[in-house]
Every structure is written in C-alpha cells, then in structure tokens.
Ligand binder design. Structure first.
Ligand code: ADP
Ligand code: ADP
Length: 245
C-alpha cells in the first residue's frame, strides 16, 4: 500500500471557507516529498488531514495540539485519506496518530509539559509503554536530536531551535512511518537551519515537508507538489516543478 493516499479530498472550514477543492496525492514508502505553494494555498489544512486532526469531506472543527480526539466525522461521507492502507477515520484515529508524526511550525503549539523529558515521553506513555520504557525511549530520541543535556529543563526556557528539536524528538518517540513537517526551517538561524536539515535528512520515515524553503527542497526532496487555492497544480520531479534555479 502507499504510505499516504489522498483521494478527492475536499475540506471546508466551519466558517464556510473552502480550503481544499479535491486533492489527489499518492506517496510511496520512503519518499521525501515537498509541499509548496503560496500562503493560504491549503498546505497546513492538507497536513492536518494526514493524521486525522481534521476529519474529511467538508466536515469538522479544526483542532490544534496533539492528544485531541474530537472527531465529528459524518458517517456518510466517503473516505479520502489512507495511511499505509489504513483509512483515516474516527475509529482508526489512535492507530493513525501512531503511524503519522506531525511536527508543527510553531513548537509552542506542540509542547505542553513542564519538562522536556515528560513532553517527549508523552507519546510512548500514551501508546501503553511503562514509565521506565517511555523514559528510556525519550532519552534516546533526545540524543538523536542532540539534546541529551536538556531533559529536565522546562521547554519554555529553551531556544526556539531547541524547542523545535524537542518537538521532533517527541514525534520520533512514537516511531512513525510517516513524518509530516510544517515549515521545519522557518524562523531558524542559518546554523540552526542547517542542523535541522541534516536531522531531517537522516530520518528514514516517509516524509512530507510543507515549506517555502526552496533550497532545502532542492536538497532533500526528489518530488515536489505545488498547491494553489486548494488544488494541486503541479506534481513531479522537483527540478521540473521548481525549474532550474
Ligand atoms: P497554507 O498552509 O498553504 O498557508 P492553510 O491551509 O493555512 O494554507 O489555509 C487554506 C485556506 O483555509 C486559507 O484560505 C485560509 O485562510 C483558510 N483557513 C485556514 N485555517 C482556517 C480556520 N481555522 N478557519 C477558517 N479558515 C481557515
Ligand atoms: P536558536 O536558533 O533558537 O538559537 P539553536 O537550536 O540553533 O537555537 O541553538 C541552540 C544551541 O544548540 C546552539 O548552541 C547550537 O549550536 C546548538 N545546536 C543547534 N542545532 C543542533 C544540532 N542539530 N546538533 C547539535 N547542536 C545543535
């Protein structure tokens, strides 16, 4: 099965705004894909559908923060998103969240615990791991993002780049098969950006990266999907979609 399959996805926000106007997208396992397009194109809305934060087909409330489960899916609406062949719906939501890791643009939308280690251990604990095992996994993931030394600190005392990496560690702790990154390099300084790109490059999961950072796209993404006004207007090899830089 494809890692990600999106079919005729339409989404209307509760205020009436049509954010996705029929999106079709297939991502094969192991692929790293860029999602580009102007502000308001629907990139974030599409990303939120991949782990079931937004329920499909013109229904539902937009939600932020993980751990939420307020689905208001209309039983009669057709399925529109599959992860590893598993339909994204209310019933499958816990399993979908386990498989899809979402790293928000703003780490402060994602971090909620009083210590870094607690934040990173949240996912494994939620998946039923023991306290000791969750802590072991959290420390291992903090090491993977080069943050072993901040486990006991408060997330809000860390720098932006560090908070960003704590979020990545928290997502990796759930061992997702699909990693969704929203503007991973935004607001990082050149050094932090370079280091974050290298971290992303080293991850083996299937990756979908929404970004305005075309240099990173050329570096990391074989394929690029261009979204505009809720529709995919180009989908192909990065060098063809972006043109010769
Ligand atoms: P992008 O991530 O590409 O900037 P978004 O997915 O954020 O695009 O937005 C797509 C469209 O949906 C835009 O027209 C935006 O104004 C609208 N939109 C985004 N979030 C909400 C919301 N919570 N309520 C209503 N409309 C929204
Ligand atoms: P900010 O951009 O908010 O200042 P950074 O994460 O870039 O935060 O920097 C915080 C500290 O961590 C700096 O000392 C930086 O050199 C270091 N650092 C940043 N990214 C990495 C990384 N991937 N591996 C190791 N050290 C890093």
């Amino acid at each position: 099965a494809p890692a990600v399959q999106v079919r005729e996805l339409i989404y209307r926000y509760p205020d009436g705004r049509l954010a996705l106007r029929g999106v079709d997208l297939t991502i094969v396992p192991g692929e790293t894909i860029a999602l580009v397009g102007p502000n308001g194109a629907g990139k974030s809305t599409l990303l939120l559908h991949l782990n079931g934060i937004l329920p499909g087909k013109e229904r539902g409330q937009p939600l932020h923060a993980h751990g939420t489960s307020q689905h208001s899916r209309n039983g009669s609406s057709a399925p529109a998103v599959w992860i590893d062949g598993l339909e994204v719906n209310a019933k499958n939501a816990p399993e979908v969240r386990r498989r899809v890791g979402l790293v928000f643009q703003d780490p402060d939308d994602q971090l909620f615990s009083t210590s870094v280690i607690e934040d990173v251990a949240f996912g494994p604990l939620n998946l039923g791991k023991s306290r000791a095992e969750a802590k072991r996994i959290a420390l291992e993931c903090l090491a993977r993002v080069n943050l072993d030394d901040v486990a006991d600190r408060a997330p809000h005392h860390l720098s932006f780049g560090e908070r960003k990496r704590v979020c990545l560690a928290g997502v990796l702790a759930c061992n997702p098969s699909v990693l969704v990154l929203d503007e991973p390099t935004a607001n990082l300084d050149p050094r932090g950006r370079r280091r974050f790109i290298e971290l992303i490059r080293g991850l083996t999961a299937t990756k979908l990266i929404a970004t305005h950072d075309l240099e990173m796209v050329l570096e990391l993404c074989n394929r690029t999907v261009l979204l505009d006004s809720g529709r995919i207007v180009a989908n192909g090899l990065t060098r063809n979609v972006l043109g010769d830089p």
